[in-house]
Design a protein around this ligand. Structure first.
Ligand code: HEM
Length: 403
């Protein structure tokens, strides 16, 4: 039973968050105390300042006892992903992959990302039969035809997956992403095949190192020791899962926002230098990651609410990003002119997203290329939201692009 005046809210129901949860999030923020969701048992951390306070104190609010609501139902392996490692050990792992996301490395990748984006967008034209770059007559499914494709091609390039393996790699990684949030026997079997595949690639990189992340990882050490096979495979899977569905949802939520706000699209077409600002607003407004979880390691207090050792706290980034205390009275509207830089779409603190600069670059290049080709984006059908407790995603997004 909830002691809150808000009664029992469906905060553990994936379809609630996939719908329009924002009026409820606002009520959560306006309550003086944190809301307690009794089943399965967590505190909903909904205000921006509370998300920041919890995220900046990993000694009190740890990640090693789970980062997803689904972790409450399954055993957690030590070091199953960098996301689950607490400081000080966490920093040692993070340092290993950080160079792969350095500004220099990313700059070197931009031309490749632009060429890949161009190829994918040109295929929109081919699908309509009106020639490369033309507005498709019946529209495209922006999720399947673009947003799914770009992030996976980019991560495959960074991991050094050979082009000949790409199709199979895409199938396996889709299954691995599915298994990460809701495992079925099929997706688990596919994920196991992907691990075997990665084990083969790692063995090959030990003998023939290249300029990719995996070659760097097989040669790296923590406290004078090489990473073992488990740690290496953990990194492979984390980079794949963490970078894919998230960026996919940034791209599709961003395109949906522009379709629903033609005035904002007009501004971008008139002045494409606004695209980086627009991407920050897409991150704030769309919040591709809904929430991550923490566990209290001792008794503490958050927003005047006593929290007991062992209690779970759900950091609702999607709510914090609409907090009118930070983003003003029009926090619920999509406005690319605003300063959205305080958003927490990439989390905050120790576990701040390692791929943030990469995701920003992919979205910037994608929307630069879109506004260069088309003047308007129109909905060509109903978008289908993904019911999820982890991501704010779209399954289908039928769009027509108009010159
Ligand atoms: C729009 C796209 C993305 C969003 C919204 C996003 C969001 C997040 C968030 C909220 C966290 C914090 C997790 C926590 O505090 O427990 C995180 C961590 C992480 N992200 Fe991202 N992410 C995105 C793209 C990427 C990409 C492209 C990559 C890599 C290819 C990536 C790799 C990671 C990794 C490795 C971590 C764990 C960092 C750590 O534990 O120190 N992410 N991400």
């Amino acid at each position: 039973m909830s002691a809150s005046p808000l009664g029992v809210l469906p905060l553990a129901d994936p379809s609630f968050h996939g719908g329009d949860p924002f009026p409820t999030y606002r009520k959560l923020r306006d309550e003086p105390l944190l809301y307690r969701c009794e089943t399965p048992g967590f505190w909903a951390v909904s205000r921006h300042e509370d998300v920041i306070a919890v995220s900046r104190d990993p000694a009190t609010f740890c990640s090693s006892r789970g980062t997803l609501l689904s972790d409450l139902e399954r055993p957690i392996m030590p070091r199953q992903s960098i996301l689950y490692i607490d400081p000080p050990e966490h920093g040692k792992y993070r340092k290993l992959v950080q160079p792969a996301f350095s500004p220099g490395r990313l700059r070197a990748l931009e031309g490749w990302i632009r060429a890949t984006t161009t190829r994918l967008l040109d295929d929109f034209g081919d699908a309509s039969g009106r020639g490369a770059g033309a507005a498709p007559a019946g529209g495209v499914d922006f999720v399947a035809d673009f947003a799914v494709q770009l992030p996976i091609l980019v991560i495959a390039e960074m991991l050094g997956v050979p082009g000949s393996d790409l199709e199979q790699f895409k199938k396996w990684s889709d299954a691995a992403i599915e298994a990460a949030s809701e495992a079925s026997p099929e997706s688990m079997a596919q994920a196991a095949e992907l691990l075997t595949y990665f084990a083969g690639v790692l063995a090959e990189r030990r003998v023939h190192p290249g300029p990719d992340i995996l070659s760097t990882l097989v040669a790296s050490e923590i406290d004078g020791e090489r990473l073992d096979e488990f740690d290496l495979l953990m990194f492979c899977m984390t980079l794949l899962v963490a970078g894919n569905e998230t960026t996919r949802n940034l791209l599709s939520q961003g395109a949906l926002a522009l379709a629903r706000h033609p005035g904002e699209m007009d501004r971008l077409v008139a002045d494409p230098t606004l695209v980086p600002r627009a991407v920050e607003e897409m991150l704030r407004f769309g919040s591709p990651i809904l929430a991550f979880l923490r566990t209290a390691t001792r008794d503490a207090e958050v927003r005047g609410t006593p929290v007991r050792e062992g209690d779970r706290l759900l950091l609702l980034y999607a709510s914090a990003n609409r907090d009118e205390r930070v983003f003003g009275d029009d926090a619920e509207s999509f406005r690319i002119g605003r300063d959205a830089s305080g958003h927490v779409a990439f989390g905050f603190g120790e576990h701040f997203c390692l791929g943030a600069a990469l995701a920003r670059m992919e979205a910037r290049v994608a929307f630069e290329e879109i506004v260069r080709r088309w003047r308007r984006i129109e909905l060509a059908g109903d978008p289908e939201a993904l019911p999820s407790l982890l991501v704010r995603g779209l399954v289908h997004l039928p769009l027509a692009f108009v010159r």
